[in-house]
Each structure stands twice: as structure tokens, then as C-alpha cells.
Ligand binder design. Structure first.
Ligand code: PRP
Ligand code: MN
Ligand code: MG
Length: 183
């Protein structure tokens, strides 16, 4: 599949599975299930976070509710513009709720810093971020992120939800994209 487009496998399917389980354990420890119907609200950021969100929700041994937001930061380009648009908002009010934003990757941090301000203004009881990937070299805005799966080098990566021009999201692993694809 996509033969020749993937330069190398950066994170295997098994490594992702193990990391998802590890993050789910940390989150379950921090948000214990008290059996009081206070479900944790996961806010997945479409579309990149979909694979991580669904695996993470199933790995988490406590009740969660699934909400999604779609924001667009840079369409099909490979670098951030800082322009964020809401394409789809939450379906429910999050006032007084424990909210965990689920992201696939933090690159410049521009999407997340905007999203954190936007969601914080709605009065959640708590608001944290869980991201599978973070590129430390690419950070333009410092954002407080409680849960980080992998720190990765500043290369263009695809798979497990991450796309280039809407392709490659369906790969079960995370790989680096052969530069020939975008040059
Ligand atoms: C990507 C990625 C993050 C964001 C990170 O989403 O999924 O949401 O960019 O970039 P930043 O830290 O530089 O803001 P994208 O806008 O490509 O939309 P998508 O999730 O639908 O692919
Ligand atoms: Mn995204
Ligand atoms: Mg994208």
C-alpha cells in the first residue's frame, strides 16, 4: 500500500498499542472512576485524532463521552499558517465537566493553543491535553500538555490518522513521508 511513498516506519503498530495502553493507565489513575456518572469528556480533534481517540477510549478503564471538534489550521500544506477555523463545534455544553483534548500531533502548537483558550472560556471543571505525538523542534507557542505519547523529530509524518493532502490516514503505523511526494 502507498508503495514508495513511505520513507521509513517511525513508530510501529505495536509501539502505538503499547503507548496507548500506557497513556490510558496514566489517565485512568488521574481520573479515577468513582461510579458517580461523572464521565470524562474526550474532545477529539478531527480528523487527525480519530484513530488515537477510538483506540484510547477503548483502552481507558473508565467511562468517557466522545465529543469532536473540527478545526482547520493549514489544509493540505506541510507547515502551519496559524489560521484556525471552526469547521464543526462540540455538540454539548462542557461547563463543569472534566475535559481532555485528544490530539494526534502537536507541531507548531498553534491549533492547540487556540483550542485551549476557546474551550477554557466555556467553563470546564478541568481541561487537559493528551497528544500521541509532539515535535519539540517545531514549537512556536508553548502549550501546557499533560500527556505526551512520543516526542518525534521535525520530519513530516503520516499514518494512524495523520495525513498529507488527506491521504495515508489509514496506515496502521506512523511513517515518514518520502519527500518526492510533496516536492
Ligand atoms: C494537524 C494535526 C493537528 C495540527 C497540529 O491537523 O492533526 O491537529 O495539524 O499542527 P500545529 O501544532 O502546527 O497547529 P490538520 O490541520 O492537518 O487537520 P487534520 O487533523 O484534519 O489533518
Ligand atoms: Mn488535526
Ligand atoms: Mg492534516
Amino acid at each position: 500500500m502507498y508503495s514508495g511513498d513511505i520513507a521509513s516506519v517511525l513508530i510501529t503498530e505495536q509501539q502505538i498499542d503499547e503507548k496507548v495502553a500506557e497513556l490510558a493507565k496514566q489517565v485512568a489513575d488521574d481520573y479515577p472512576d468513582k461510579g458517580d456518572r461523572h464521565d470524562l469528556v474526550l474532545v477529539g480533534v478531527l480528523k487527525g485524532a480519530v484513530m488515537f481517540m477510538t483506540d484510547f477510549a477503548r483502552a481507558l478503564p473508565r467511562p468517557v463521552q466522545l465529543e469532536f471538534m473540527a478545526v482547520s489550521s493549514y489544509g493540505s500544506a506541510t507547515s502551519s499558517s496559524g489560521v484556525v477555523r471552526i469547521l464543526k463545534d462540540l455538540d454539548r455544553d462542557i461547563a463543569g465537566r472534566d475535559v481532555l483534548i485528544i490530539e494526534d500531533i502537536i507541531d507548531s502548537g498553534l491549533t492547540l493553543s487556540w483550542l485551549l483558550k476557546n474551550l477554557a472560556s466555556r467553563g470546564p471543571a478541568s481541561l487537559e491535553v493528551c497528544t500521541l505525538l509532539r515535535k519539540p523542534d517545531a514549537v512556536k507557542v508553548e502549550v501546557p500538555v499533560k500527556y505526551v505519547g512520543f516526542e518525534i523529530p521535525n520530519e513530516f509524518v503520516v499514518g494512524y490518522g495523520l495525513d498529507y493532502a488527506e491521504r495515508y490516514r489509514d496506515l496502521p503505523y506512523i511513517g515518514t513521508l518520502n519527500p518526492k511526494v510533496y516536492t
